[in-house]
Design a protein. Structure first.
Length: 96
């Protein structure tokens, strides 16, 4: 089992918009076998930080996420999401 953590540094004032997009896309993520999908926002961190966490059984599931991102419904939800972001990083952890 793996934990994937995507940390997004949003442009000033844009974190709420990104969170809303992820909330709308969450059910599609779960259909793609992403488990325990969670959204976190900064309480004490860099301003406008959004973290998307999910668990997967294998890295193959993650590598095959193109099935998720190619869905028209997801493309509509996530349209222009990159305009909300200044940068970020991805971490993948083994769950022991």
């Amino acid at each position: 089992m793996y934990l994937i953590r995507d940390t997004f540094q949003c442009k000033p004032g844009k974190a709420k918009e990104l969170v809303q997009k992820f909330k709308e896309a969450k059910s599609f993520m779960e259909e793609q076998k992403f488990k325990n999908v969670r959204l976190l926002t900064d309480a004490v961190s860099n301003y406008w930080t959004v973290v998307l966490e999910m668990e997967i059984d294998s890295l193959t599931i993650f590598e095959d996420r193109r099935g998720f991102t190619s869905r028209p419904e997801v493309q509509k939800i996530m349209k222009d999401y990159m305009t909300l972001i200044e940068g970020g990083k991805r971490e993948i952890f083994n769950i022991e």
